[in-house]
Design a protein around this ligand. Sequence first.
Ligand code: CO
Length: 142
Amino acid sequence: MSGVSTPSQEDYLEAIWRLTQQKGYARVSDIAEYLHISQASVSKMIRKLKDEGWLEVERYRGLSLTSKGSTKGQLLLARHEILERFLEHLAVIDPMVVYHDVEGIEHHFSTETLEKLAALVDFIDQEPEWWKKFINRLPLIP
Ligand code: CO
């Protein structure tokens, strides 16, 4: 979800992938609740995603992602998680702030930049000492 703005196609695919991972399926009502939008908006986007081959609609089980949709959903979630880990390394504590910041910026990263950021995040995990030095120098923001 991207705050007050309209969720993009990527937000839907990420949400559907998350819900599918958690519950085994995603219904229009689950997606609406997850993205804080109306079921009518969800239905409209679902039609578009279906036409573009991202998902299939099954009468009783809700939605399921096609293999193209699953691959994309997985990538979108991975991207979200890399950015989330980065903000956590920056000592952004409030999970709602982390979530909203990530939702705001995630669509704008190229694969190349994201791969480099992922390498940085891994490196911080492996070599935490130099990073701690930096974090200790950050001004305390109340
Ligand atoms: Co996201």
